[in-house]
Design a protein around this ligand. Structure first.
Ligand SMILES: Nc1ncnc2c1ncn2[C@@H]1O[C@H](COP(=O)(O)OP(=O)(O)OP(=O)(O)O)[C@@H](O)[C@H]1O
Length: 964
């Protein structure tokens, strides 16, 4: 097989590149400055001003993905095709661009130039395979992550972490048992797997990186190639390519990691610390040859080949330029610098068994060729001797001697030849034995493969075991059957585990001993044969060829011995594996116990969940009922409140009525009564006076109700007519006299004889006024009498009986006639217009009005008590006054009765109000109680939900049971 030209690489050393990412938006906003500089030849990097480091490559912030790939990774892909293991490691602080560089995140949305190393490796690999015509390739891949010191199969996340182990295979290579490798035939398929794994990877958000990888991710591509050319000396080459995106080193203080993140942070840093220790142990000259702590963490154990082992490795140290990250950048560079001193031992990974077979085959071939040549030579010599004897040629004795010698030697050669023939028989026997050994070896390898597959099967079966018995029995049955098949070569046919055809340990051991004896007996036989051949040789005198043959055979036997030793080692391994299996079985038994305990717990929890669900349902029903009750209650409360407010309003109005409304009513009644009486009086007067038409417009009647001022009592039409008549100076004063009389009666003053006899001049009171003060208004025929309380205006007419009396202070003006006086009598703002009705002691505006009316047209007239008409009038007036008094009394009683009714009603209303308020209060309390009940119910539900959540968060999926 022709091997691809191996790329020029310094095979041994780990190559280290540094990649700086540009400042991020956030860092620019925080005014961060760049603290890293690079040399022009891209081999040196300086942090701050003094710390300078040299690396294989230094990539600045503007270097693209393509360039990084071409410089660091492309040679590794090519060497992988050539059969070397390869590793690319991205290391650096969190957020420094490892995932970006490796391309181990989902790259669906990226443009071509943004693609990281992984997609480029896959693309390059398939392109190379397509171009490679002389071999057929089998490409497999796996994707795992190490998260919290547990290995997870990202392509098969259902695989439990506990079933994944890191092991060393027969060749000393590190393998991941339990991780399923997917056979991939195209670039697209592998990209799909990469995306699937990336999606399943554990990421999280920290203060330093929104999409921070919280695990070490290892994508492994396994390339197996088998030559399809004839006459080749190599059959199978296998190479592994690890692409590792390490989790970022971080300080919890800066990333703000708490809780789970903090735990992650600790395991990430401890993994990286272990890696640092391995790098130190390998890179430090003084520590060379000392123990390398690969087993300190799963990460270092898995990368054992990549660091100091059989691999070509490149580490890409990712750094940030920002000065706030200077310390971390410095640490990364120190770390990376140490890695430069690591020297690996890469070799092409050929299949050792195939190699040995090839060597043996070649040696056999040369032996066979030698044998055939010898036979030919022997034949030729025999022919020559026969010819000589037959011809009887008289040769010299010397010649005869030579001939005899030749003949002897020929005989010897024949003897040797026969010896060789015997040897070749031995060789063929050995060959057979070797073939048997090889077959056995192959079977053994296959069985080992089967064991690991069956182990995986067994491990995958674990979750479906339900009882301790199953856990205890099934693996044993499985393992016994497996061991039998492996050790006995399964020649007796398959053993049906389920039928219970189990052999005991002793049978097993015997079988193993038997199988072991196959090898040892064949070896013993071979050595015996060889010894016998040696003896025979020593008797007959050895020829050079036979000695060589014997040596070769010894060599073979040694080789076989070596193989035997390897087999013994394998047996040892098998024993170890059995031991491990035993341990696993024990573990399983323990797990079963735990499992059954957990099942019990789950059952209990299920029960609890059911109870809780029932309780929850009850609570929900109760809450619903409560809600209905509450809504009813609130409706009721609303209605009651409305009712209450209405009642309150009516009570308010009721409260007003007895005091104010009642009074208003009384006023109106009294006013009406007065009016009625006055009208009657006027009615008495009217027949004596002829109606003379009216200059007065009946304005009050023409006015709208709205235009009339409130509480104003208007004089009735008759009064106005009366006034009209007085204004036009009535021909007789009798009617005025009646008016006065009526007025006095109204006021409770009955006309006395004294006042009746006062025929001329002002009244007695008027004269007393006049005694006090008399003022002549100059230029006017008007006098004003004022005693401080009352003013009396007099003109000439007054001397003949006219008199004006007003109360309070009035504007004084010149007046020449009654009209003017009338205007004077109108009260100004300061005037007192309130009059008290003597009968009730209450304000009576109608009386005041009448008083005004009377004042404005007061006519003093001589009353003649002897005049029968006057007497009649007097009598009538008295009768009317009597009636009026009776009416007034009746009305007073009525008013009193009404007042009592009003008071009773008010009391009733008050009681009703109190009752309503009590109801209202009770309703409110009820409402509050219901609300608190509702709150409790709500709390109960929340509590139930919470407890259910707690139960489910205890690692048990009870959702199904809840749904049930
Ligand atoms: N060379 C670069 N050019 C442009 N942007 C980059 C570069 N390197 C990283 N970034 C950006 O920096 C941010 C952080 O990068 P990334 O997630 O790859 O960091 P990380 O080292 O993998 O972090 P963690 O260890 O937390 O997973 C991302 O937004 C990424 O796009």
């Amino acid at each position: 097989m022709t091997i691809s030209p191996i790329p020029v690489l310094d095979d041994a050393a780990v190559r280290v590149a540094v990649r700086a990412r540009p400042l991020l938006e956030k860092e620019i906003q925080e005014n961060c400055q760049e603290c890293v500089t690079y040399s022009s030849d891209r081999s040196e990097v300086t942090v701050g001003k003094e710390r300078r480091f040299t690396f294989d490559h230094v990539f600045g912030p503007h270097v693209g993905q393509e360039e990084v790939y071409m410089a660091c990774v492309k040679p590794l892909v090519e060497s992988c095709i050539a059969g070397y293991n390869a590793t690319v490691l991205a290391y650096g602080q969190t957020g420094s661009g490892k995932t970006h560089t490796m391309g181990s995140a989902n790259s669906n949305l990226l443009q071509e130039h943004e693609l990281g190393i992984l997609p480029r490796v896959i693309h390059h690999l398939y392109k190379s395979i397509e171009e490679h015509k002389k071999a057929e390739f089998l490409v497999k891949c796996s994707f795992v992550e190490i998260h919290n010191e547990e290995i997870k199969d990202l392509l098969h996340p259902e695989t439990p972490s506990k079933s994944i182990f890191i092991r060393e295979d027969a060749n000393g290579d590190i393998v991941l048992a339990g991780v399923r490798e997917e056979v991939v035939t195209s670039f697209e398929d592998m990209m799909k797997l990469l995306e699937l794994g990336s999606t399943n990877r554990t990421t999280g958000s920290t203060l330093m990186n929104q999409h921070s990888s919280r695990s070490h991710a290892i994508f492994t591509i396994i390339v197996e190639q088998r030559s399809i050319e004839e006459n080749t000396d190599i059959d199978v080459i296998t190479a592994k390519f690890h692409l590792v995106d390490l989790a970022g080193s971080e300080r919890a203080k800066r990333t703000g990691a708490v809780g789970l993140r903090f735990k992650e942070s600790i395991t990430i840093n401890s993994g990286l610390l272990a890696l640092g220790n391995v790098i130190s142990a390998l890179g430090d000259e003084r520590k060379r040859g000392q123990h390398v702590p690969y087993r300190q963490s799963k990460l270092t154990r898995l990368l054992q080949d990549s660091l100091g082992g059989n691999s070509r490795t490149c580490m890409i140290a990712c750094i940030s330029l920002a000065d706030i990250n200077q310390e971390e950048t410095l640490n990364t560079l120190k770390y990376a610098n140490r890695a430069r001193n690591i020297h690996n031992k890469p070799i092409i990974n050929r299949d050792s068994r195939v190699l040995q077979m090839n060597q043996l085959r070649m040696q056999l071939k040369s032996l066979q060729e030698e044998l055939v040549n010898m036979r030919l030579r022997e034949k030729e010599e025999a022919c020559a001797l026969d010819c000589y004897r037959l011809k009887g040629n008289p040769l010299s004795t010397d010649l005869v001697k030579v001939g005899e010698n030749n003949c002897n030697s020929s005989l010897q050669d024949r003897h040797h030849l026969s010896q060789d023939m015997q040897d070749s028989q031995v060789i063929s026997k050995m060959k057979e034995q070797l073939g048997t050994l090889e077959r056995d070896n192959l079977i053994y390898q296959e069985k080992l493969g089967e064991i690991s597959t069956e182990m995986n099967l067994l491990l995958r079966m674990i979750p479906s075991w339900e009882s301790a018995k199953e856990i205890a029995e099934t693996p044993i049955l499985f393992l016994v059957a497996m061991a039998k098949r492996v050790l006995a070569g399964n020649k007796e046919g398959e053993i049906d585990v389920r039928m219970g055809n189990i052999e005991t340990d002793t049978t097993l051991k015997t079988t193993r001993q038997k199988s072991g004896s196959i090898y040892s007996s064949s070896l013993v036989n071979g050595i015996q044969l060889l010894n016998e051949a040696d003896k025979e040789n020593s008797f007959a005198g050895t020829s050079l060829t036979s000695v060589n043959t014997a040596k070769i055979i010894r060599h073979y036997l040694k080789t076989i011995q070596g193989l035997e030793k390897k087999l013994a080692i394998k047996e040892q391994e098998l024993t170890e594996k059995e031991q491990t299996l035993k341990e696993v079985t024990e573990d399983l038994a323990r797990d079963e116990r735990i499992f059954s305990d957990k099942m019990k717990e789950i059952k209990a929890l299920k029960l609890l969940t059911r109870e809780l669900t029932v309780e929850k349902d009850c609570l929900l029903q109760k809450v619903q009922m409560d809600a209905t009750i509450i809504s009813d209650l609130s409706h009721n409360a609303l209605a009651k409140e409305n009712e209450l407010s209405k009642l309150r309003a009516s009570v308010d109005s009721l409260q007003l009525q007895p005091q104010e409304k009642g009074i208003v009513l009384e006023k109106e009644r009294i006013s009406d009564c007065n009016k009625k009486f006055f009208h009657q009086m006027c009615g008495l007067v009217l027949p004596f006076k002829e109606h003379q038409g009216s200059n007065y417009k009946e304005k009050d009647d023409e006015l709208d109700e709205s235009q009339k001022p409130p509480n104003e009592v208007f004089l009735p039409k008759e009064t106005r007519q009366l006034r009209q008549r007085t204004d036009t100076k009535p021909s007789t004063n009798i009617e005025k006299r009646f008016q006065d009389l009526a007025y006095n009666i109204l006021k409770g003053e009955y006309p006395s004889q004294k006042s009746c006899n006062n025929e001329h001049g002002p009244s007695e009171r008027g004269s007393s006024f006049r005694d006090k003060a008399e003022t002549e208004v100059p230029g006017e025929n008007l006098s004003i009498f004022d005693d401080g309380n009352e003013q009396i205006f007099c003109n000439d007419d007054m001397k003949s009986g006219w008199e004006m009396v007003t109360r309070g202070s009035h504007e004084v003006s010149h007046a020449t006639n009654l009209e003017k006086l009338d205007s004077f009598s109108k009260p100004n703002e300061r005037s007192e217009t309130r009059y008290l009705h003597p009968a009730f002691g209450i304000e009576n505006s109608s009386v005041a009005e009448m008083d005004k009316e009377r004042n404005s047209s007061r006519i003093m007239e001589t009353f003649d008590p002897l005049n029968p008409r006057d007497m009649y009038i007097e009598k009538k007036l008295r009768e009317m006054a009597m009636i009026w008094h009776a009416e007034k009394q009746a009305m007073e009683e009525m008013v009193q009765a009404e007042r009592e009714t009003w008071e009773a009603r008010a009391m009733h209303a008050m009681r009703k109000q109190e009752q309503l308020e009590r109801d209202h209060h009770a309703l409110k309390e009820e409402l509050e109680n219901t609300k608190s009940l509702m709150q409790k119910a709500g709390l109960g539900i929340r509590l139930s939900a919470h407890s259910v959540r707690e139960l489910t968060s205890g690692g048990l999926d009870l959702s199904t049971s809840i749904v049930c």
